[in-house]
Design a protein around this ligand. Structure first.
Ligand SMILES: [Zn+2]
Length: 523
């Protein structure tokens, strides 16, 4: 009899324990929501401040200084310049298990300068970089959530560690593989990533643009000569670039449909009467998975080799970025989905909708305004879905990770353009980022307070995701982060941009500082 009773007793004790914990969790979640609401001004200031910095990948100097300053002031320990990347850092709070990581991008887009709240192309500074992707809002989401969690951990004596990471140079797919190589995710139990979107959702498996890539620059080296006087003494590096491109374009027909590639010439020489001794071309080789990405990359090397042989030149190359196709954790995504549904869409007002519809009209897109319903849990994408890449993919292969898409932008924008910056320092982005911060805080509480969720997440990671596939970085041991990228571009525009940095001590919002009525639309 005893043997029969014991399991019943144990089950009773366990369920009573879980019930108490769940009650506690519900109360904590309510508290978390209230604490995020109490920080709406911080969200607004961070969104606006980082928008005004508009820094390109690897040059996120002001942004990193500002964000780490806030975290440090709030008791986080900051380690700067990690993985050999000057603008990368980790901010840590707490101790012991579990270790929850938060990550989001901080860099912007070339030539995307745009006045916020104005529903047509109107740059703050013509030709300058700008947040034409909305990466300025992610840190407002993650830092707000982290500060709220820290407060709850102190007040309720909850053990655990919070780690905030920046996505440096995401637009170049430039850093995540190096952060992993530096061992920065070794002790992390789960990563909650966020990315700006025009919708509120999450998913599992390969949920967007199922492509990874390598981004490589090829530099050809020839011999200068007078192009008319002694061309036979010269060897043209530009010829090599053109032959490599021609070779690739013919070969393209015979590649898998899943492959996508693009290039641009970064250096075509100096002037026509000098045989170009130096020329360079920059390739993106995209494919579905690691073996095919590597195959494409090797084929690129073959084209470069052949072009150099044909032209009597030599070549060197530099890897600029790499990304594994992401795979997000089903267990955590299901938990996160419930939190998205609990938080719900922000309440858009007439001004938000007017801005959205005016931009949609300007772009010649359906004028259906902002979304009013959260998305359903997104299953893995079909192989042929169009889209880009994101180097958070690498992180998703070394630790269970999810990627929250929070609603801080306008539907039907083209991406990577001035149009995507319009909403990003307006009430629309402030509201969407606040909603995102709530889901981040709630999901972290689920992971910290219910250890079985993390156990199940790791079981999915081990037994499903990595059952037949282990992570091998696309970077070679000799590859280093391309930290010199964008330096000249940023130096060119920064002095003028400084005049427009947001001053939150003088102005309630960046719109107020710029003197922009919200919304400003064509009559
Ligand atoms: Zn992005």
């Amino acid at each position: 009899m005893r043997n029969c009773i014991r399991p019943v007793v144990i089950i009773f004790i366990l369920s009573a324990f879980t019930l108490a914990q769940t009650n506690n969790l519900d109360a904590l979640k309510k508290e978390a929501l209230a604490k995020v609401d109490a920080r709406q001004q911080l969200v607004q200031q961070m969104v606006d401040q980082i928008f005004s910095y508009g820094e390109l990948g690897f040059q996120e100097v002001e942004t990193s200084k500002y964000v780490t300053g806030i975290l440090e002031k709030n008791g986080f320990k900051v380690q700067r310049g990690v993985a050999g990347i000057p603008t990368a850092w980790i901010a840590t709070y707490g101790s012991g298990k579990p270790v929850i990581g938060f990550i989001t991008d901080i860099d912007c887009i070339p030539r995307a300068s745009q006045k916020p709240g104005v529903a047509y192309h109107d740059p703050i500074i013509d030709g300058a970089p700008g947040h034409g992707e909305g990466h300025n809002s992610g840190m407002a989401v993650n830092v707000t959530a982290a500060l709220v969690l820290k407060e709850l951990m102190i007040e309720h004596k909850i053990p655990g560690t919070l780690k905030v990471f920046p996505g440096v140079a995401e637009e170049l797919l430039g850093t995540k593989a190096f952060l992993i190589r530096a061992g920065l995710f070794k002790d992390v139990d789960a990563v909650l990533g966020v990315h700006v979107a025009d919708e509120f959702g999450t998913g599992y498996g390969q949920t967007f643009a199922p492509q990874g890539l390598v981004s490589v620059q090829y530099f050809f080296h020839g011999k200068a000569a007078h192009a008319a006087g002694a061309p036979w003494d010269g060897r043209s590096a530009l010829d090599a670039v053109e032959l490599m491109d021609t070779g690739w374009n013919f070969r393209r027909e015979h590649l898998r449909l899943q492959q996508r590639s693009h290039y641009l010439i970064i250096n075509g020489g100096d002037q026509p009467n000098v045989v170009p001794s130096e020329a360079g071309v920059w390739y993106y080789f995209r494919e579905l998975d690691y073996p095919h990405i590597l195959e494409s990359y090797k084929l690129g090397d073959t084209m470069a080799q052949a072009a150099s042989m044909m032209t009597g030149t030599t070549f060197t190359k530099k890897l600029v970025g790499s990304a594994w196709p992401p795979h997000f954790n089903k267990v955590i995504a299901e938990v996160q989905q419930k939190n998205i549904e609990a938080v719900g869409m922000p309440t858009w007002d007439a001004a938000d909708q007017t801005l959205a519809k005016a931009l949609q009209k300007e772009l010649g897109k359906p004028e259906d305004g902002l979304k009013n319903k959260v998305e359903e849990l997104k299953p893995p994408s079909p192989e042929n879905e169009p889209g880009g890449s994101d180097d958070v993919g690498d992180i998703s292969w070394v630790v269970p990770m999810v990627y929250l898409r929070y609603p801080a932008n306008i539907p039907h924008t083209p991406g990577h353009s001035w149009a995507d910056g319009i909403a990003m320092a307006t009430p629309l982005a402030h509201k969407g980022s606040t909603a995102g911060a709530k889901v981040q805080a709630l999901t972290a509480l689920d992971l910290i307070l219910l250890p079985e969720t993390l156990q199940k997440a790791w079981a999915y990671y081990r037994d499903v995701q990595t059952k037949d596939l282990t992570y091998t970085p696309l970077i070679a041991p000799e590859d280093q982060p391309a930290i010199e990228m964008n330096r000249e571009k940023m130096e060119k525009f920064r002095p003028e941009m400084r005049k427009y940095y947001y001053d939150s001590s003088k102005y309630h919002t960046y719109l107020e500082q710029l003197g922009i009525g919200y919304p400003t639309v064509k009559k």
